[in-house]
Design a binder for this molecule. Structure first.
Ligand code: AMP
Length: 227
């Protein structure tokens, strides 16, 4: 993306606490609008699995539910944004999470002649988050998300999308870590709502209801913001 100065590929940000549905909705938008979902959580988990220097530094922090350092996350995102596929436009899922990251993103985008089309805040109640997070799992092959209570595959243990049979649960999706992650969200990430409101880029969506209904509302916002 950084090489495509002036192409004005869309840049969307999904804001919201852990469990708000950012990843689920980003996948829907990715398919519908031909954009690329960029999840810093996924990038960090890949770095941990690969045992890179950044991954080694991030592992314990992620397991505790705290935020990884701005430096590590900004570097990982900057590298990923340089990949060719990002020229189609991106949906940032889980980045930025601090004001330092938001400011770094503004600089990165300005360097490539781009700007944020919309920062969409997924509004949810904290009380629902523990149930949402502790019941979720994904297909190990394609990443499709499922939930013990809210979204089961048609055939138990088999992915509806790709037929994969290896389902994964995240190490940090447990009640204790969720509490720290929510705390980090309120202390460090929630101030970004005012940050983007101040730039006239903020949109909000009620994210407590049905996944498909929320996707419809989000799509309408994205259509307008990228028109
Ligand atoms: P997520 O998959 O977005 O829920 O992120 C999982 C974990 O990765 C978080 O609890 C943080 O420890 C770390 N992480 C992901 N994105 C960021 C970010 N933008 N800044 C700091 N830490 C992050």
């Amino acid at each position: 993306m950084l090489d495509n100065v002036g192409t004005a590929a869309p840049v969307l940000i999904l804001l919201g606490p852990p469990g708000a549905g950012k990843g689920t909705q980003a996948r829907v938008l990715e398919e519908k609008f031909g954009l690329v979902q960029l999840s810093t959580g996924d990038l960090l988990r890949a770095a941990v699995a690969a045992g890179t220097e950044a991954g080694l530094a991030a592992k314990a922090v992620m397991e505790a539910g705290d935020l990884v350092s701005d430096e590590i996350v900004i570097n990982i995102l900057r590298d990923r944004l340089q990949d060719d596929d990002c020229a189609k436009g991106v949906i940032l899922d889980g980045f930025p999470r601090t004001t330092v990251q938001a400011e770094a993103l503004d600089v990165l985008l300005a360097e490539s002649g781009q700007k944020i089309n919309a920062a969409i805040s997924l509004e949810v109640e904290d009380a629902a988050m523990v149930t949402r997070i502790s019941g979720r799992y994904t297909c190990g092959a394609c990443g499709e998300g499922y939930h013990d209570e809210f979204k089961q595959p048609a055939k138990d243990g088999v992915c509806d999308k790709c037929g994969g049979t290896e389902m994964k649960r995240r190490a940090d999706d447990n009640a204790e870590t969720v509490a720290s992650r929510l705390e980090a969200y309120h202390a460090q990430t929630a101030p970004l709502i005012a940050y983007y409101d101040g730039k006239g880029a903020l949109q909000t969506v009620d994210a407590m209801g049905d996944i498909k209904a929320i996707a419809g509302n989000l799509s309408a916002i994205v259509e307008k913001a990228t028109a």
